[in-house]
Write a protein of this length. Structure first.
Length: 313
């Protein structure tokens, strides 16, 4: 991936601001379908801190029209391509990670997407990866749970994207992969989850179709499942880098280098917004992960209870 010039960074920052605004508007319209134009503007201004945001459109309580959808910037066009490419795999899939958290709870700055795919055969997983490469995505790494654990907890450093690591999940499946789509206006990093949690089939089956941006609909993992996935990704030690690691990490993409910080923020946002039904699904998910030996020696139920106690103190 080419380095961004200062002008590129400024343009990307503006695009991310635009995308966050439009994603939040869709959240408001979904939660309050009868909201009027001025109420919608007021809600967005309050959320953005009344920072001089313009170009709201006067859609009232209706969905933004085709003209507004055509205003999609380079980042949003990358998201749209993501949906088209994964629909073409033929495998059940859903958005997860911070992009899904943005769609459900609090939009953040994202040039990375996490996708859960439900496959039950290693050859199918490799076939999906082959199909994604044929569609123009570049494969950076293929990993299993052990390699991810080594990266986060034993070596204390991020993986080098130039070194492809191909290892196997204990149950015979590829656990995950990282790719990058460099074909659009904006590079989009994509993390795939094949068999890291053990409940990929349940996650994709329960995923809810949401219009997360004007004219862009995706199947998005449920909040309870997102809580369980974020907790699993954090790791027993919290998954956050130490200050003495920052200089080394600065050579890598920020979403990769500081994933533990992002996941903790996601988990906090999710738990703050979770309903009783979300919690039922989250506890059910961590128990199911444990029953399928996806958590190793970790006790996710105790970890989730500890995180809740810490966040509420």
């Amino acid at each position: 991936m080419a380095s961004l010039t200062p002008e590129d960074r400024l343009r990307l920052a503006r695009e991310m601001d635009e995308t966050r605004l439009r994603m939040y508007r869709m959240n408001v319209l979904r939660e309050r379908p009868g909201i009027g134009a001025w109420e919608l503007k007021r809600a967005v201004l309050e959320w953005m801190g009344n920072g001089g945001i313009q170009d709201f459109g006067d859609s009232g309580g209706e969905r933004p029209n085709g003209l507004e959808a055509a205003k999609a910037n380079g980042l949003e066009r990358s998201y749209a391509r993501l949906g088209t490419v994964f629909d073409g795999t033929g495998a059940p899939w859903s958005l997860a990670g911070s992009l899904a958290v943005s769609a459900r709870v609090e939009p953040v700055y994202m040039t990375q997407a996490s996708v859960v795919l439900a496959v039950d055969d290693e050859q199918v997983a490799h076939g999906v990866l082959d199909g994604l490469e044929e569609a123009g995505l570049r494969l950076l790494s293929v990993t299993d749970q052990m390699s991810v654990k080594d990266w986060d907890h034993e070596h204390g450093r991020p993986a080098d994207p130039e070194n492809i690591e191909i290892e196997h999940h204990p149950n015979g499946l590829v656990a995950g992969a990282r790719l990058v789509d460099e074909t659009g206006d904006r590079d989009l990093e994509v993390d795939l989850i094949f068999a890291a949690s053990g409940i990929e089939a349940e996650i994709t089956a329960a995923a809810e179709p949401l219009e997360i941006l004007p004219g862009q609909g995706f199947r998005v993992a449920r909040t309870g499942h997102l809580i369980a996935l974020a907790l699993l990704s954090l790791g027993a030690a919290g998954g956050q880098p130490r200050p003495d690691q920052f200089a080394v990490m600065d050579a890598f993409a920020s979403e990769q280098a500081f994933s533990g910080i992002r996941e903790r923020a996601d988990l906090t946002a999710l738990t703050d917004a979770a309903t009783g039904e979300d919690w039922r699904l989250a506890w059910e998910a961590v128990d199911l992960m444990a029953s399928r030996s996806a958590t190793g020696s970790r006790d996710l139920r105790s970890e989730l209870a500890a995180f809740l106690a810490e966040s509420q103190s």
